[in-house]
Design a protein around this ligand. Structure first.
Ligand code: ZN
Length: 298
């Protein structure tokens, strides 16, 4: 039985686990390979934002620690860049300056160029009927490599799961049973898309096992337990600009729920002569409609 302890934890204190197996890969730790690991990376959020606020600190092997730091590098730089003018409300001048610095130094793993030079352009040519075509040019802001983002999320979830399952007598925590089922990553401008809103409403009455905000709102995490299945929902927000959601555990349960979410609304532009282009517009979310990190109301 897991317990929800973050809500009872003093918001200004670090949680320190003295685990003897790596919280990420489960290998045995010793004096040679053990490192002190901050689950919310100190350089992942803007500098100083974790000062005086909770973080989860545990032991991890050097290999996992390095791998996680590498994932955090470009993902932090990209999530600190506001997209379409949408930024975290507390995105202050120092954070903006740091975002500019990171954009110059961090390399996008998608483009192999610095994040600041990683705007991606895409040409889309669609054939319409005979001898007619339509061309579109898109310029998109720097994009996070989704596979890397979900791997970083998995490591963070492992850390939090180790904490809520921590056995003092064994000096170790455990992982969830079953699979890892990432569902979606969206940027702030699209927080209101139907899948994300449906997800938040569906899991709202599941009891939170972990629910917390730290780093002055630049990091949020929520893990909720399905009322009667070995299944958990999870959600996190990084640097106020990206949300990732998914499930853990019983894949059949996760799949059945996933099939009830959405669909995403498609828009259509008529081009004349019966031709049209379908596309999906981003949907913003009003703060009063935001339920993803809402506390349990039962
Ligand atoms: Zn490890």
């Amino acid at each position: 039985m897991l317990t929800s302890r973050l809500t009872h934890h003093p918001a200004n204190q670090a949680i320190r686990l003295r685990n003897v197996v790596c919280a990420y890969c489960g290998c045995e730790l010793n004096a040679q390979n053990s490192t002190k690991e901050h689950v919310v990376g100190r350089r992942f959020v803007p500098k100083g934002k974790l000062n005086g606020h909770w973080n989860l600190i545990l032991n991890a092997c050097g290999t996992c620690n390095n791998r996680k730091a590498d994932l955090e590098n470009d993902i932090s730089a990209i999530t600190l860049q506001p997209q379409h003018g949408e930024a975290h409300p507390d995105y202050d001048d120092a954070s903006k300056e740091e975002a500019r610095r990171k954009a110059a130094s961090a390399i996008s793993r998608r483009t192999k160029k610095p994040v600041k030079d990683s705007h991606e352009s895409m040409k889309l040519s669609l054939p319409f009927g005979q001898n007619r075509g339509v061309n579109f040019d898109f310029i998109s802001p720097p994009q996070i490599d989704e596979r890397r983002a979900f791997e970083l999320a998995r490591l963070q979830l492992s850390g939090f799961f180790n904490w809520i399952t921590y056995q003092q007598d064994e000096n170790r925590g455990y992982w969830w049973t079953g699979g890892y089922h990432p569902l979606m990553m969206v940027r702030r401008a699209d927080y209101g898309n139907k899948i994300l809103v449906d997800f938040a409403n569906t899991v709202l009455n599941w009891e939170p096992r972990v629910l917390g905000h730290t780093a002055e709102g630049f990091y949020s995490i929520c893990i909720r337990r399905h009322p009667n299945a070995e299944c958990w929902s999870w959600a996190m927000e990084w640097n106020g600009s990206a949300r990732l959601v998914g499930f853990l555990g019983d894949g059949a349960v996760a799949k059945a729920i996933t099939e009830t979410l959405g669909p995403l609304r498609m828009d259509q532009i008529e081009l004349g002569n019966g031709d049209f282009v379908r596309f999906r517009a981003e949907v913003s979310l009003a703060p009063e409609d935001d339920r993803l990190f809402e506390p349990w109301s039962k």
